[in-house]
Design a protein around this ligand. Structure first.
Ligand SMILES: CC(C)(COP(=O)(O)OP(=O)(O)OC[C@H]1O[C@@H](n2cnc3c(N)ncnc32)[C@H](O)[C@@H]1OP(=O)(O)O)[C@@H](O)C(=O)NCCC(=O)NCCS
Length: 376
């Protein structure tokens, strides 16, 4: 009998593909030194100057739009927000127990069946606009509530925020929300964008790739972290209890939501900026800064104990909370923005396509003999 393949002491494949370069991209890049660029622009440069539609255009097309291009893009995006009633029927049929991301993913799949003849570019515009409307309503509609629809006023961020909260929010609060959306838009080969590229490489349509991206986004190690971070902050409740919570979590080997990152080891530049926006929001509102102090206390203890910095999800969560957005909508908001990055990755993959089909190092046995069921 041939000996079974030896199981190596150390895996030959880096766990989680950490550090393995698997694609060339011109869309965006995060780096361990805490830098992030979108199409060559440092994230801070865009955060300080650009709007959501401008950045989405940049991510999708590779350069900042001229005024006429921006107007055309924004207007096409607005028009594509018309969700067919049938899609809301599908979402509503899932019932109140549906997880919002499941409802969103199922409805995006349903949209794909309703739009089978469309060309990929038109399908993509359609998904980008409709995703915002579906994301805002994926918690309401399954519970039997009527959808909040876009009213055609204002830009993408203000429209999305109105659908999420049922209120018109302006000024610094809206500006900060738009920055968070901007940060959620793109992040090179994160799990969901990589998933989208794998599906795109089979030449499946953009709806299929987006549904797969949503599935990857759902997990607590990826998009689900912003909801977990907020639930955790509410559970701790008091800045004085931050240290105690972290110590107990680490002792129990429980991951602290919103901390750590595969790429950023020193700091996540988006979290640093969002922390500043959170503080400024509270200051401008003249509100007690307890939530800021709580975030800061947990952050200080995590840095002290594990050297782990907070990520974007950690500081996006309290910003969403202050805006009055229900927690189950936090990951759907992530999707409403990341879909632009997904579509950019879809196109980049398809433009120079090669089926993504990696190899595996087989470490199991190879010569087992079949044993009839009655003898097992
Ligand atoms: C994001 C994440 C999945 C990155 O994972 P990764 O690159 O595979 O890193 P690992 O999970 O292997 O973590 C490395 C070490 O840091 C620890 N660690 C990482 N994130 C941690 C967290 N949030 N809380 C406590 N410890 C954490 C791990 O336990 C591990 O410690 P060890 O070496 O003593 O075993 C991970 O940091 C995490 O689960 N964070 C919480 C979820 C989250 O915020 N996700 C959103 C990411 S943007």
């Amino acid at each position: 009998m041939k000996a079974a393949a030896a199981v190596p002491d150390k895996l030959r494949v880096p766990s989680g593909l950490a550090g393995v370069e698997v694609a060339e991209t011109r869309i965006g890049k995060s780096d361990s030194d805490g830098s992030l660029v979108y199409r060559g622009y440092p994230i801070r440069e865009l955060a300080d100057n650009a709007g959501f539609e401008e950045t989405a255009y940049l991510i999708l097309n590779g350069s900042l739009p001229a005024r006429a291009q921006l107007l055309e893009f924004s207007s096409a995006l607005k028009s594509s927000m018309d969700v067919p009633p049938k899609a809301f029927e599908v979402m509503g049929a899932l019932g109140g127990g549906a997880h919002p991301i499941d409802a969103l993913r199922t409805t995006v799949s349903a949209l794909g069946s309703l739009d089978r003849e469309g060309v990929a570019a038109a399908q993509q515009r359609s998904i980008e606009g409709k995703m915002a409307v579906l994301a805002a309503n994926c918690h309401r509609v399954p519970r039997g509530e009527r959808p909040f629809l876009p009213d055609g006023k204002g830009g993408f961020a203000s429209s999305l925020l109105r659908m999420l909260t049922g209120k018109s929010i302006e000024g610094y609060d809206l500006w900060a929300f738009e920055r968070v959306l901007l940060f959620y838009m793109e992040h090179d080969l994160n799990a969901s964008s990589f998933t989208v590229r794998v599906v795109a490489s089979t030449l499946a349509d953009p709806y299929a790739a987006t549904s797969a991206g949503l599935a990857a986004l759902k997990g607590p190690l990826h998009g689900g972290a912003n909801e977990d971070a907020m639930k955790m902050l509410l559970e701790i409740g008091d800045p004085e209890k931050g240290k105690e919570y972290v110590d107990s979590a680490l002792e129990r080997k429980v991951k602290v939501a919103g901390f750590g990152h595969r790429v950023y080891k020193k700091f996540d530049p988006r979290a640093v900026l969002c922390k500043g926006y959170l503080r400024e929001m509270l200051k401008r509102r003249g509100e007690d800064d307890k939530i800021y102090r709580l975030c800061d206390a947990v952050e200080a203890e995590m840095m002290e104990r594990k050297g782990l910095p907070p990520n974007l999800d950690y500081y996006a969560a309290p910003i969403f909370y202050l805006l009055g957005i229900e927690i189950p909508l936090y990951t759907p908001i992530f999707a409403a923005s990341r879909v632009f990055g997904w579509m950019a990755h879809y196109n980049e993959q398809v433009a120079e396509n090669k089926l993504i089909r990696p190899d595996a190092v087989y470490v199991g046995p190879t010569d087992l003999r079949y044993v009839p069921i009655e003898r097992r």
